[in-house]
Design a protein around this ligand. Structure first.
Ligand code: SF4
Length: 244
């Protein structure tokens, strides 16, 4: 099943080229076992490294390059991440980046491991659901990752179409879709009443700041100014995809 909502179209060539299939290790940038800013409830979150979509205005351009980050066996990672997520009380995991579907085989293995542990899977993609379904007909890796996804936020980020009424996503062309019944009611609620974004700021003992969730550049800059946080100590931000 697919319950979806979307508020605007948007002609763009972004995300229209099928990503190359890639097997092997997962290139990833960051993992947190529990956050409340990257989807419904308390969730683990995985930021992959690499995105071929490259939306102008993306807030995580440092995650575009298909190099850097860490390169690890996805099954080994999944075992560790699932255990950490369960220990942290997460109800599921959110895949973002970067572009999870650019590493569909590795991400499918990770998503399936979370599902096998009874946890839900949410994914962001700069590719539209329509294209992913079309590509899945010839790409088992994309089909597997779609099949293991309960909640999908899809479509490229278009900075000229900012969305201020729905949670998690950045632009009005993007859609929030329940691909299984798990979050269908939540998607219907958002369709009816919208929802607010949340922002989570974590300050480590060494002064490093990590931000999860979504805010405009201006709002984030004002918040960090209020906190006295220097921009060069901002360790990571979420891609609005992301937003993927
Ligand atoms: S917004 Fe998402 S899909 Fe677009 S360039 Fe950034 S990471 Fe890639």
């Amino acid at each position: 099943m697919s319950t979806s909502l979307g508020q605007a179209g948007g002609a763009t060539s972004l995300g229209t080229a099928m990503p190359a299939a890639c097997d092997g290790p997962l290139r990833w940038a960051r993992f947190v076992p529990a956050t409340e800013a990257e989807g419904p409830g308390v969730r683990a979150a995985i930021w992959v490294q690499g995105c071929a979509v490259r939306c102008p205005g993306c807030f995580n351009p440092q995650l575009w390059a298909a190099r850097g980050g860490s390169l690890d066996d996805p099954t080994t990672l999944a075992d560790r991440w699932v255990a950490d997520a369960l220990a942290a009380g997460a109800e599921g995991v959110t895949l973002l980046g970067g572009e999870p579907f650019d590493q569909a085989a590795a991400m499918a293995a990770v998503a399936e491991a979370f599902r096998a542990a009874g946890l839900t899977v949410m994914a962001f993609s700069g590719y539209t659901h329509e294209r992913l379904v079309e590509w899945a007909a010839e790409r088992p890796d994309i089909a597997r990752l779609l099949a293991a996804t309960d909640l999908l936020c899809d479509g490229p980020y278009l900075r000229d179409l900012p969305d201020t009424t729905r949670p998690w996503i950045g632009s009005r062309n993007q859609e929030i879709r329940a691909l299984t019944p798990v979050y269908a009611e939540r998607v219907r609620e958002i369709a009816a009443s919208g929802g607010a974004d949340s922002l989570e700021v974590r300050i480590a003992r060494d002064g490093t700041v990590a931000v999860n969730g979504w805010a405009t550049d201006a709002a984030l800059a004002a918040l960090l100014d209020d906190l006295g946080v220097r921009g060069d100590r901002l360790a990571s931000r979420r891609v609005r995809e992301d937003l993927s």
